[in-house]
Design a protein around this ligand. Sequence first.
Ligand code: NAD
Length: 302
Amino acid sequence: MRIGIIGVGNMGSRMAKNFLKAGVDVGLYDINEKALQELVHLGANAIETPAELARTYPYIITILPNSNIVKATIFGENGLIEGLHRGSMIIEMTTAIPTITKEIASNLEERGLRMIDAPVSGGVVKAEDGTLTIMVGGKEQDFEEVQSYLKIIGENIVHVGSIGAGHTIKALNNMVSATTLAVTGEALALGVKLGLNPEKMLDVINSSTGRSFSSEFKFPAQVLTRNFGGNFSIDLMVKDITIALGMADEQRTPMVVSSATYQLWKQALAQSDPNVDHTEVIKHIEKMTHAEIQGSKLEIVD
Ligand code: NAD
């Protein structure tokens, strides 16, 4: 098996490691040479340009910060388009804007080239374990063709519809995730002000109807411990919310709660380093409420 990957940051580097562990021949391209070094030591091949990567590898994963970068990587100078050949396929795993994804795919199709969108959920923990959720948009036969590759990095792999469908549900999922993180933060901060203990509140929420991935995992591991971490930036989360609201705008669909979520996250982003972990949105909520959600270390059961 042979695969090329463009973008070996938090997510792409872990995918690359799992492919290498499975004995796949892995070619890599990233503008950050440092990001490539460890993977090259593990047996990956660093390739000079996207064009060369596309000449050499039949399947190319793109897992990049945003749609514009994906577009430039495909159609820019020394882009994938210069090396792709009939039979090869781009597997676009970035959290990206569905309308741009569709434009790219249709441009490729006119040249007899193929792409599916296959964004992921589960963060670095699941990327490392090879247990990501992968939501795929594209033709059924293309999805089937790359199943054996996706199974190396993912566990729950769902074909959700035609091209762009994966990117659509991914943005909607993150909209929900951003909202649960923020609203749980607001509830806990208010509880602290009212004299309640954050750990006990989380115990109750996590065995009650208010629980979510944020309350079960992010708060115990990243907020109570004040660790926060740094594997999914606040900048990327705001990008995802923006994509979701952009889709709502196109559909002239009101998103009342989501719009409030968006404003809160934009405020937090404006006041922080864009590269800090997205869970630092809680620091912004704490500042506004004058309450700190702190506790002793809680063990995470996963
Ligand atoms: P990251 O910033 O850690 O990594 C991005 C990588 O892309 C970097 O190594 C960077 O050098 C490289 N890059 C940037 N521009 C490039 C270019 N023009 N050519 C080649 N390489 C380039 O980001 P990440 O956290 O790995 O996220 C990647 C994508 O996956 C994003 O779209 C994000 O929204 C999505 N995502 C992230 C997570 C997470 O938990 N981090 C989870 C799910 C989805």
